[in-house]
Design a protein. Structure first.
Length: 521
């Protein structure tokens, strides 16, 4: 990801990858999925025994095994994590708790519906509830395996609670929803809860031993809700490779997230450091560290996020044990403190260790790195068994976006198990579909492309193609030969390598893609 010649084009073997039911929907559900960034012992034992006979799992509200599985349940992060029609939005008043609630104003054929697809355990009892205010407000769930369930209220002047109990079948996910009714006035929803266990650990047996892996984590919504719903990410060069050199303050506001490329490895295992390249500084008329820090603040004052990217194609950073994870986290937190970065971007193209990098990222997030981004290669996101994919799922609750590099990869398998050639709309849609159907929220998925033919060794395609792929994923329009059975209106957006190559190409990528992102649902 450094220069067009630094990373040779290669064709991967055609891997077979297991299709996961996580976040999957039946075609007949026809649901849009948007996932930006809230007992009594004796009776319980008796019920547990009865349910065990029926092959079900008892979920006791308030027990250690139960949790609210809803992403952004109080709409504190706007409508991030929800698929909402145009008639539904987040408001600050009225609300039941926190700072926001959802307001829906049915108009015409729009009943102001918000929905969310959630991974669940099979043959398990769950309780769905929400606090609502208004007339003819509906709360329901589809895809349970035991029939759709819903309830509604004829009207209330204050917030009242609706609740639905249901039991899952063999399905791996359900879709919850709230909506109003046609011709009715504005209604409000707050504190939505799906009470029950998340997806269980999976077990694999190796040489007679059973090893348990945690595959996903419960999310709490967009960890950085100040980002726009659809964002454009770009990389700024801390070196001169023939693209136009730029001071950081020269980056246009069309870029929502600016990744500084790159922090480098040090002699301390796992640790990284960042220093302005002296050659670049000279070409920019003596660009100093103090000026760079001031430029970081300038971008942030414009509403842009600035993160430090680690790795790149030539990066030799390795985080393979707990000590290296601690060193990595501490060094990144030091850079965040010194430069004011908003977070970190993981662009390790020579492999990651999901266990220890997850440990490091959690420490960075807890230490102030609120934006957690990744830029894996296409091969790294072919299945949930890949370390990069495992890492993304392991930190899903703090993860901002995964901008997969859909270039320099040759032909690859799509989510329909067909092979697609890079440089096409089908390639982008069919490969992004893998992540969208296997655990990542739509607001965590971005399409990474070169800004110009000079930005990569292969796989360049026009910004118009990028927009077409975004339309296909978000709306089901402008698709190529492959059209997924569902749409993901919350798709986060796009990334480009790089801002500097975009500048060299008269800003064609940003000026084409950024305005289009603003038109997405």
């Amino acid at each position: 990801m450094v220069t067009p010649l630094d990373k040779p084009q290669w064709s991967s073997p055609f891997f077979e990858w297991p299709t996961s039911p996580v976040l999957g929907l039946a075609a007949e559900d026809n649901v849009e999925v948007d996932v930006v960034p809230r007992t009594r012992r004796a009776l319980g034992a008796a019920l547990a025994g009865l349910l065990a006979i029926a092959g079900l799992t008892l979920v006791v509200a308030g027990s250690a095994s139960a949790a609210n599985l809803v992403v952004n349940p109080g709409f504190e992060g706007g409508t991030s994590g929800w698929t909402c029609t145009a008639a539904a939005t987040a408001v600050t008043t009225p609300k039941r708790s926190g700072t926001h609630a959802m307001a829906g104003t049915p108009a015409g054929q729009d009943n102001a519906r918000c929905s969310q697809t959630i991974a669940v355990q099979a043959n398990t009892a769950y309780k769905l509830s929400a606090w609502v205010q208004g007339s003819y407000v509906y709360l329901g769930v589809t895809g349970t395996g035991s029939g759709d369930k819903s309830t509604w209220t004829p009207g209330s002047t204050g917030f009242s609670q609706l609740a639905v109990d249901f039991t899952t079948g063999a399905t791996g996910s359900v879709t919850i929803y709230v909506h109003g009714w046609y011709g009715q006035p504005t209604f409000y929803v707050d504190d939505v809860s799906l009470d029950g266990p998340g997806t269980p650990p999976t077990s694999t047996t190796t040489t007679g031993r059973t090893t348990t892996t945690t595959t996903t984590t419960t999310t709490t919504g967009n960890p950085n809700p100040t980002l726009p719903k659809h964002a454009l990410t770009g990389y700024w060069h801390n070196f001169d490779n023939g693209a136009r050199v730029l001071k950081l303050a020269d980056v246009p506001t069309t870029y929502d997230i600016v990744a500084i490329a790159f922090a480098d490895a040090t002699t301390t295992p796992g640790a990284v450091a960042f220093n302005l390249d002296p050659t670049l500084s000279g070409k920019l008329g003596g660009y100093t560290d103090a000026q760079f820090k001031a430029d970081v603040r300038t971008l942030q004052n414009r509403g842009q996020k600035v993160v430090i990217s680690v790795g790149g194609e030539r990066g030799t950073i390795s985080v393979g044990n707990s000590t290296a994870a601690t060193n990595f986290a501490n060094s990144v937190k030091t850079l965040i403190a010194n430069y004011g970065f908003d977070g970190v971007d993981i662009d390790l193209e020579n492999g990651v260790n999901a266990t220890y990098m997850a440990q490091a990222l959690r420490a960075i997030h807890a230490g102030g790195g609120r934006v957690i981004a990744m830029a894996p290669q296409t091969i790294d996101m072919q299945s949930t068994g890949q370390e990069y994919f495992k890492l993304a799922l392991a930190v899903k609750d703090i993860l901002t976006v995964v901008n997969t590099q859909y270039y320099n990869s040759g032909s690859m398998l799509g989510c329909d198990q067909k092979v697609y050639a890079q440089g096409t709309v089908d390639f982008l849609v069919a490969l992004a579909c893998i992540q969208l159907r296997n655990g990542l929220r739509p607001d965590q998925v971005g399409l990474g492309l070169p800004a110009s033919p000079s930005g990569a060794g292969g796989g360049y395609q026009s910004p118009a193609n990028v927009n077409a792929a975004l339309n296909c994923l978000a709306r089901g329009t402008n698709c190529g030969s492959f059209k997924p059975a569902q749409t993901w209106p919350g798709i986060r957006g796009a990334m480009t390598w790089s801002i500097n190559w975009d500048a060299s190409n008269n800003w064609q990528f940003a000026n084409t893609v950024a305005p289009h992102l603003d038109t997405l649902p």
